[in-house]
Design a protein around this ligand. Structure first.
Ligand code: GDP
Length: 314
């Protein structure tokens, strides 16, 4: 068994994957399997927000202020387009646009998404392997009290305000994992589920046929994205509430029941450790707030050591 797989969404996933990359002696031992449910077409360009956030972060190119987009970004194209009446609810920076332009050109020329991601990672100097969970389009649809909304309509345009009543991953049943995904899962010594949104970042990965099966029988550790009953950012806690569940680390562990063997909750929530132990056999209390490169490395190193059986507290 070699290598570590991280299942990741966008910002929370990228920070954790970067921690794992820096904690491993050989960064190439990391494979990040990334959500593509947020992907959409805008201005005729294929946009892959989570893949780009993970790649930019692993390359050290990310915008530290936002957690998404590129460092040193400018907005001249967007401003000029907006002056012509173009929609500007989804912000696309000038440097970021280069990624979308070249990705779209390659897709139209017939190159599969996983090859494009690999080529971009090589160009950006990313040492880890980054894989889209599938090359197929499997868009996340948010079922709301106003009807079905495409993910970015819900998330960015409507700022996740409509009430969510469920989620649908359109076409997941016919999608195939991208080449390399199942192999990475089968050979990994451990799979780590990043503190990403369980409903719209991790569930769309688990929905691709073959992924859940490939997880069986090996250490699978999830890090809670809910800390102190709230999401560190984004709508995860709001979604739990709207689905009738009080948001907590315990609720996240319940959500992943049957998938995970290990669960990491924040020290803020240490009192829930006993209750979580009734859901998941191995539980670790840690400082999960990845507010600096050192903290994300320390969290990843601690989780890896624990999953490997070295120690029970970090
Ligand atoms: P998105 O696709 O950009 O929304 O990103 P993800 O789904 O990967 O990450 C969003 C989730 O990460 C949210 O539910 C946050 O609560 C969680 N998150 C972000 N930063 C941190 C952190 O430093 N620590 C923990 N524990 N969770 C975090």
């Amino acid at each position: 068994m070699t290598g570590v797989v991280v299942l990741a969404g966008g910002v929370g996933g990228a920070k954790f994957a970067a921690g794992v990359q820096s904690a491993l002696p050989d960064p190439a031992a990391l494979t990040a399997v990334v959500n593509i449910g947020d992907d959409f077409t805008h201005f005729g360009l294929k946009i892959c927000p989570d893949l780009d956030t993970v790649c930019y972060t692993l390359a050290g190119l990310e915008n530290p202020a936002t957690g998404w987009g590129r460092r040193g970004e400018s907005w001249r194209v967007m401003e000029a387009a907006a002056a012509l009446g173009a929609p500007d609810w989804f912000r696309l920076g000038d440097l970021d646009l280069a990624t979308h332009l070249e990705r779209t050109r390659r897709l139209r020329a017939g190159q599969p998404l996983h090859e494009i991601v690999a080529a971009f990672c090589a160009a950006w100097g990313v040492k880890a392997r980054v894989l889209p969970v599938t090359d197929s389009a499997v868009p996340t649809i948010v079922l709301t009290d106003e009807g079905e909304l495409a993910f970015q309509e819900y998330f960015v345009r409507r700022r996740w305000q409509p009430r969510a009543v469920g989620f649908r991953f359109a076409g997941a049943e016919n999608a195939r994992p991208a080449p390399g995904v199942l192999e990475a899962l089968h050979t990994a010594e451990a799979v780590l589920i990043a503190p990403s949104n369980p409903f719209v970042s991790i569930d769309p990965i688990l929905a691709i046929p073959g992924v859940r099966e490939a997880l069986a029988g090996k250490p699978i550790a999830a890090v809670s994205p809910i800390v102190g009953g709230e999401a560190v950012k984004g709508p995860a806690a709001k979604m739990f509430r709207e689905l009738g569940v009080a948001p907590s680390a315990l609720a996240v562990a319940e959500h992943y029941r049957g998938v995970i063997s290990h669960f990491v909750l924040d020290k803020t929530d240490a009192l829930q450790a006993e209750a979580v132990r009734r859901v998941v056999p191995r539980v670790l209390v840690a400082d999960t707030m990845m507010t600096s490169a050192e903290k994300r490395r320390a969290l990843a190193a601690g989780v890896l050591a624990w999953v490997r059986g070295a120690r029970d507290t970090i």
